[in-house]
Design a protein around this ligand. Structure first.
Ligand SMILES: Cc1ncc(COP(=O)(O)O)c(C=O)c1O
Length: 342
């Protein structure tokens, strides 16, 4: 293993020791699941995933805690979301336990790549693709499930700054009955152009509006969004086009149970967003991060004086405290990754 400079880790691909690989024929069951040395893979140019985007993925993390344990955060939620994504893209089911065992296996085999406590995490990327040649537009006859892992530094280095977001009327992320509520790879390819335009103009990310009614807020490119007004915390309801984030769900629980806030999963209008006391984003990568500026139709709106909001700060430290095992895991969200449980 090459020596890793833990302090210079970003979010870039770094090859590790091994990857998990399993195969499945249409209407069959997953076979030959196991670890292989990390390497490139060989695939037909006619593969369903390459031609028709028949692919889904997940994103999760394993990290060391203050008790020097290696843990996953609510991995069964990723397993269930993966299963829903697979179904939506006509791909064979992967049972929750199969998924979780594969994740444990790959994490254990690559344990040396998990950064020391507080210096990042092992990012885990499960993917499933239609890999059999598929000339016509139809589901593939053969599938591949893989998991690769990658050491990643903290998403933000140095001080956490509030985000500067851009509301787009030019692009939509997902239609109400489309694939926005699953992690289909095509959702992300179509977000690359709006994101690169936003970055070119100095913004961190894009806020997408509801495709049916552009007065309603949906989510940020790869995070969910929340707004606080007078101690009411609102987040767009899951109506088919929003990804049900694991962090979103955890924040809703913590805001209700630990902060005693009135939490509403409802319509969130653009007007409400722009006059909110606080706005923040949630996701595996950003955890909970305040939004300080929102630009809409060439007007910049400053939220909470472009400072980190007190509620976002509290939620962030609560969730991080649980993840680092510095606070009690009262909801049983952590799952330890352990050697041989047989
Ligand atoms: C479109 C989108 N929304 C929200 C999220 C946040 O989800 P989670 O909290 O599960 O990371 C993600 C990241 O996976 C995403 O890609």
């Amino acid at each position: 293993m090459k020596t890793i400079d833990w302090d210079s880790l970003g979010f870039n691909f770094v090859e590790t020791k091994s990857m998990y690989h399993a195969e499945c024929q249409e209407n069959g069951s997953w076979k030959n699941g196991g670890l292989k040395p990390s390497d490139n893979i060989s695939i037909s140019p006619a593969a369903g995933v390459l031609n028709y985007g028949q692919g889904v993925f997940e994103g999760m993390k394993a990290y060391r805690t203050s008790k020097n344990r290696v843990v996953l955060f609510r991995p069964e939620m990723n397993a269930k979301r993966f299963a829903i994504s697979l179904k939506r893209l006509c791909m064979p089911e992967i049972e929750v336990d199969y998924f979780l065992n594969a994740v444990e296996e790959i994490v254990l085999d690559n344990i040396d790549y998990i950064p020391p406590f507080g210096r990042g995490s092992l990012y885990i990327r499960p993917v499933a693709w239609g890999t059999a040649p598929t000339l016509g537009v139809k589901p593939a006859t053969g599938y591949t499930f893989m998991i690769y892992v990658c050491p990643a530094g903290p998403y933000f280095t140095g001080d956490i700054k509030p985000l500067n977001l851009y509301v787009t009327h030019d692009y939509q992320r997902a239609a109400p009955k489309g694939t926005g509520n699953v992690k289909a790879i095509g959702n992300y390819s179509s977000s690359l152009y709006p994101l690169s335009m936003a970055k070119k103009n100095g913004y961190d990310e894009v806020i997408y509006l509801n495709a049916e009614n552009e007065k309603l807020v949906e989510e940020v490119g790869s995070a969910n969004i929340f707004a606080v007004k007078d101690n009411v915390l609102k987040t767009p309801k899951l109506a088919g086009s929003i990804l049900p984030g694991v962090t979103r769900q955890s924040v809703i629980t913590l805001a209700k149970e630990k902060l005693g806030l009135n939490v509403q999963e409802t319509d969130l209008t653009l007007e409400e967003l722009l006059v909110a006391d606080e706005v923040f984003c949630t996701g595996t990568a950003v955890i909970v991060t305040s939004v300080g500026k929102i630009t809409l139709d060439n007007t910049e709106y400053i939220i909470n004086k472009n400072a980190i909001g007190p509620i976002a700060d509290k939620l962030r430290s609560t969730i991080l405290g649980i993840q680092r095992e510095e606070h009690e895991d009262s909801f049983g969200w952590l799952q330890e990754v352990q050697q041989s449980k047989e």
